[in-house]
Design a binder for this molecule. Structure first.
Ligand SMILES: [Zn+2]
Length: 243
């Protein structure tokens, strides 16, 4: 069961304010899977985290996701809708060992996890894709002799990247946005953790404002106000505004 209580969500937000993007993504993953241990969450392939965050997103804010993006062709800001259900349709990736044999080199590797992503975060962006797979290489050999992951030939690397993408297609939520102003299309990758964090941030600030207004008007405490259903909270706020 995902965390949806306002008090717990506010606590998640408060903790996340001091963290960077990776720490926030982990906090959100914990809110999505409160029964899992930190080790379990760290070991999940990236697409599994995306699927968990989409479940949390649907529970908190519904199916429809409104995304703003700058068109690569004309620079206009384009608003488009995504369906959180449709994005989460990929089968959940498993931790199985993947194998590639190419150009005399046999490689065994596993799907990248969020912990792997953290480990290569310092690498230049254009090298990060390969660094990630290098980090996830379990064994590589040529004619029975071990091969350093850094010396895996280009062709085998490409096959590893393709296989990883097939095994975990949800690791990157790639969408192409069509611009209504110029007709151009912009490929983009939606970072669901970033997106959900921005929504949680805006929701939390709204809730704190509601608490402030109701506490000022009625003298109620924060826990009391947070225990009200959103509908009742809205109703009392309207009464305050009318008064
Ligand atoms: Zn455009």
């Amino acid at each position: 069961m995902v965390v949806t209580g306002p008090a717990e969500l506010l606590a998640t937000w408060e903790t996340g304010l001091e963290r960077r993007a990776a720490g926030r993504a982990l906090l959100l993953h914990r809110a999505a899977r409160p029964e899992a241990t930190a080790e379990q969450l760290d070991a999940e392939p990236l697409g599994a985290r995306v699927a968990d965050l989409l479940v949390l997103r649907r529970a908190l804010f519904g199916e429809r996701m409104q995304v703003l993006l700058e068109c690569a062709a004309c620079g206009e800001v384009v608003e488009f809708d995504l369906d959180a259900r449709g994005l989460g349709e990929h089968p959940r990736p498993t931790g199985e060992v993947l194998r590639v044999a190419e150009g005399g080199v046999a490689v065994e590797f596993r799907l990248p996890t969020a912990a792997d992503l953290d480990a290569v975060a310092a690498a230049p962006v254009e090298q990060r894709g390969w660094r990630l797979l290098e980090h996830c290489t379990l064994a590589a050999e040529r004619d029975g002799e071990p091969v350093e992951p850094a010396r895996i030939p280009e062709q085998a690397r490409r096959q590893m990247a393709e296989l990883a993408e097939q095994a975990d297609p949800a690791a990157d939520l790639a969408v192409t946005v069509h611009c209504p102003h110029c007709g151009g299309s912009t490929p983009t990758v939606l970072d669901i953790a970033d997106f959900l964090w921005a929504e949680l941030d805006s929701w939390s600030r709204d809730v704190l404002l509601d608490v402030h207004l109701l506490a000022s008007a009625y003298g109620w405490s924060e826990p009391w106000i947070l225990a009200l259903s959103p509908l009742r909270r809205r109703y009392y706020l309207e009464l305050c505004a009318d008064g």
